[in-house]
Each structure stands twice: as C-alpha cells, then as structure tokens.
Design a protein around this ligand. Structure first.
Ligand SMILES: Nc1ncnc2c1ncn2[C@@H]1O[C@H](COP(=O)(O)OP(=O)(O)OP(=O)(O)O)[C@@H](O)[C@H]1O
Ligand SMILES: [Mg+2]
Length: 254
C-alpha cells in the first residue's frame, strides 16, 4: 500500500519581520485525519506558522501545498475554494460581541453560502449541540464563561464543515478540567466531522493525549516531529528541557 499523500505540505517556509527572522526553513507534512500538535516557546513563531498554513500570512519564500495545490500562488476562485477547506480557531476566540451565539455561528454561513434560513438554523442547532451548547442560542458572548466562549468559537469554525481545522491555543486561560474538556471536544468533533487538525498548544503534556504527532518549533525550524510517545522519549536536551519546564538547560527564560 502506498502511504497517503499529505493534506498540507509546507516546504522551506521562511518568514521575517523587519529583519527579525521568525521562520527559517520549516518543512512539515500534515497527513489526512491526523491531529498534529505544534508546541514551542512563546514567540517561537507558532501563530505565524499557522497563518502561513492557511494563507493569512505570506511566506518570504517556500510553499504551502494544500492537497497538492500551491496556496500562496492561488488567486480568485481557486484561492476561495482552498480557503473553504479550512476552519480556524484564533488565539483569543474572536466572537462578535454584538451577536448572539446562534448569530455568531450562522454568520459565516450567511456570508459565504447560499443556504436557506431553515438550513442554516438546522446547522446552527447541530453544531451547538456537538460542542455542548444546546439551548445557548440567544446568549451573548459577554454572558458566557471562557470555556463556553471557546466552545462557541469552535461551533462557528465547524459550521461550514471544514476539512482542516487549525487551532491556535484553544485552551488558554481555562481551568485544568476545562482544558481537558476542550481537548476531548476537539477529539470528539474530529471523529464526528472527520477533519484534519493542527493544534498550537502550550498544554504540555496534556495535548499529547489527543495528538497523533507532536512538532516542536524552535529557532525558526521544526526541531522534532514525532508521535507523543517518541517525542516524550526524545534524546534531544532542548525537547527534554521544554517538556519538563526546567529553567536549567540550553533554553534560557528570556
Ligand atoms: N505581523 C507581525 N509583524 C511583526 N512581527 C510579527 C508579526 N507577527 C508576529 N511577529 C513576531 O514574530 C514572532 C513570533 O510570533 P508568534 O505570534 O508566531 O509567536 P508564538 O509562537 O505564537 O507565541 P505565543 O506562544 O506567545 O503565542 C514574535 O517575535 C512576533 O513579535
Ligand atoms: Mg501564538
């Protein structure tokens, strides 16, 4: 059997801002159906990498292929079609404060699809249920807890049934039980909607529970890409210090 082709292939991504090199040659294959976790220190460039994978930020050089198509060279309808394959949960959630939960979830469907009112209402009900927010339709973001806001943002990202979900720190600021609940929800919705996921996370080792592979971004490149078990057993002292959160070692606190 030939191995499956990657759904996303990043090749030699370079990105700098005003002379600061953030990515210096990132190569990464995301396989269909996997949950790939990206870890690394604050400021390592994880959010920049994610934005390059979805086409929100252009690399200075290198390419991102989505099912073999060059994302950063695509224009017009071709680009829209590639973008439609993605859903993204941004760092911070980013719900519209002035819209109810149901309207937040319905918003992208009203903007980007021709579904009828009735069809949209059905999708909204289904995705809210799948994230455990049934009956919360009329609440406003300000009335929700942090965990509920994350769920609502996940429901909104799932509404158009993306093939690929990108999560940027989906559990920041949540209590340990809620962190686990959100991880479980990612695993459950991934099974249910059959998406491929890339999850940037600081939850080490918690994120290993749901990841099929873990990639560590360090000094602008991927230092280690391995299954959670192999990652934890890595002989690399940088990986070991990072997992243990030790102050002593090759990584310095600043
Ligand atoms: N649009 C931008 N303009 C200038 N610099 C930027 C921009 N976006 C990111 N950077 C810089 O790139 C570096 C990496 O940022 P990034 O947000 O990707 O880090 P991160 O790994 O996601 O960190 P964290 O874990 O804290 O979210 C930072 O030094 C940041 O200041
Ligand atoms: Mg970030």
């Amino acid at each position: 059997m030939t191995p499956a082709a990657p759904l996303i292939r990043a090749q030699g991504l370079h990105k700098r801002f005003d002379g600061q090199v953030v990515l210096r040659g990132v190569d990464l294959d995301v396989m269909p159906g996997e949950v790939l976790a990206i870890v690394g220190r604050s400021g390592a460039g994880k959010s920049v990498l994610l934005k390059n994978l979805i086409g929100l930020s252009q690399p200075d050089s290198g390419a991102v292929l989505v099912a073999g198509e060059d994302l950063h060279r695509a224009r017009g309808r071709r680009l829209s079609r590639l973008r439609e394959r993605f859903g993204m949960l941004f760092q911070g959630g980013a719900l519209f404060d002035s819209l109810s939960v149901a309207d937040n979830v319905a918003f992208p469907l009203r903007e980007k699809t021709r579904q009828s009112h009735g069809q949209i209402a059905e999708v909204v009900t289904e995705v809210l249920k799948s994230v455990g927010l049934q009956g919360m339709d009329d609440k406003f973001p300000a009335e929700l807890s942090g965990g509920m806001r994350k769920r609502a943002a996940l429901a909104r990202a799932l509404a158009h049934r993306p093939e690929i979900m990108l999560f940027d720190e989906p559990t920041t600021g949540l209590d340990p039980i809620m962190v686990r609940a959100i991880h479980r929800l990612i695993a459950d919705t991934q099974q249910r909607f059959q998406y491929t996921a890339v999850v940037v996370s600081h939850e080490v080792p918690g994120i290993f529970e749901i990841a099929s592979r873990v990639a560590m971004l360090h000094e602008g490149a991927l230092l280690e890409v391995a299954t959670p078990d192999a990652f934890q057993a890595s002989a690399n002292p940088v990986v070991q210090q990072f997992i243990a959160g030790r102050l002593e070692g090759p990584l310095t606190p600043t």
